[in-house]
Design a protein around this ligand. Structure first.
Ligand code: ZN
Ligand code: ZN
Ligand code: ZN
Length: 376
């Protein structure tokens, strides 16, 4: 039976409701989540990490509490957490752990609690002190599968972030001149990232000449030289969702062997993108890029996984890495970023974000992937 095209798409349940459903299935009584991506995903609240406790208590039975320091209450209110969340503020001399314990008291002495993977030890140790018999597991056991599959609103934000970073790459070639330092270029790129609509700059990697062989090179005071190959890997955050895109540039003619390697890299990146579809595994996608580079003779120069999930965080699940049997599903978003690195000489990486669709994938970056040779 075919569904008519006009059939309205079902509105997905809000994240907190989905989390409660998952908690019930997993036998988790409550999620305890501090500032970070899980909190933003569940409530929309972009909390500042402070030494004071901010904690969402999301319960499987739907009775949710957001505990915030009193001075953060205006920001928490402005974020308009979804209905059904009780906002409780705690003054400077009051004990927030008392509030948390009270909100969990009716669950008995041994509640099953899923605690934020990145909640600071300073908070977790006090919570464990207060709830000595509770059973603990990481919050990702609940939030991982929810956050991995993006809904239409999230996909739209990632698409807009992708377009914005594409517009930055469109002008990077004009910023690269011999004699300028990586840091000077990096500062201008950071300004462009903001000017193109991002709310924040996550990172700017300008890796020139031999620095390109270090994947996460820290942009520094090396001056660009004629003949340099330059790896530019940049990303920001737009409406909470991240962009991440890498292209390769050359100042004049590239070094020996560079053009051929770049052609092989483009083919490998393309092969991995074409491999993406529901039902295949993350490991299959990694193999598509890796096999191609191995055939071309670059196996030992591709030293990292093919990609990482992206969303509210720059690096999140799913990881596109050899042996990962995770089966891809529509709505998953991740980078495809094979690279070739020759220590002491040069490096290159081509990176796009893709979203898994019902029958393949959509590229969220549309900039040409060819080597950009800047005429002298
Ligand atoms: Zn990275
Ligand atoms: Zn990346
Ligand atoms: Zn990147």
């Amino acid at each position: 039976m075919s569904v008519p095209a006009t059939h309205p798409a079902p509105t997905p349940a809000p994240p907190l409701q989905r989390a409660a459903t998952t908690m019930k299935r997993l036998g988790v009584d409550a999620l305890l989540v501090g500032p970070g991506a899980d909190l933003r995903y569940l409530t929309g609240y972009h909390a500042v990490p402070l030494e004071r406790l901010t904690l969402l208590i999301a319960r499987a039975d739907g009775r949710h509490t957001l505990v915030v320091p009193t001075l953060e209450r205006p920001r928490a209110e402005a974020a308009a957490p979804p209905g059904g969340v009780d906002l409780v503020d705690v003054g400077e001399t009051d004990d927030p752990y008392e509030v948390v314990a009270a909100r969990l008291a009716d669950l008995g002495a041994r509640p099953a609690l899923a605690v934020g993977d990145r909640l600071w030890a300073t908070f977790l140790l006090r919570l464990q002190d207060r709830l000595p018999e509770a059973r603990w597991q990481p919050a990702s056991s609940v939030t991982r599968e929810l956050r991995m599959r993006k809904d239409t609103r999230e996909l739209d934000a990632l698409r807009r972030a992708g377009r914005a970073i594409d517009r930055v790459h469109a002008v990077v070639g004009d910023l690269l001149h011999p004699g300028r330092t990586e840091a000077e270029v990096g500062r201008e790129i950071a300004d462009r990232i903001m000017a193109e609509g991002h709310d924040g700059v996550n990172f700017v990697i300008v890796a020139s000449g031999p620095n390109g062989a270090s994947c996460h090179h820290e942009t520094g005071d090396r001056e660009l030289q004629p003949g340099d190959a330059v790896v530019v890997d940049i990303g920001g955050t737009l409406d909470g969702y991240c962009s991440d895109c890498t292209r390769n540039y050359c100042l004049g003619g590239p070094p020996d062997g560079y053009r051929a390697a770049h052609a092989a890299l483009e083919a490998a990146q393309q092969a991995a993108v074409e491999a993406v579809r529901p039902g295949l595994t993350a490991g299959d996608v990694d193999a598509a890029a890796r096999d191609r580079l191995a055939e071309a003779g670059y196996a030992e120069h591709f030293v990292h996984r093919t990609g990482h999930g992206i969303g509210l965080e720059e690096h999140e699940e799913p990881y596109i890495v050899a042996g990962n049997g995770l089966v891809l599903e529509a709505g998953m978003t991740f980078s495809i970023e094979p690279g070739i690195y020759v220590p002491g000489r040069w490096g290159m990486r081509i990176e796009d974000i893709v979203a898994v669709t019902d029958d393949g994938c959509e590229r969220l970056n549309r900039m040409g992937r060819g080597l950009v040779e800047i005429p002298r």
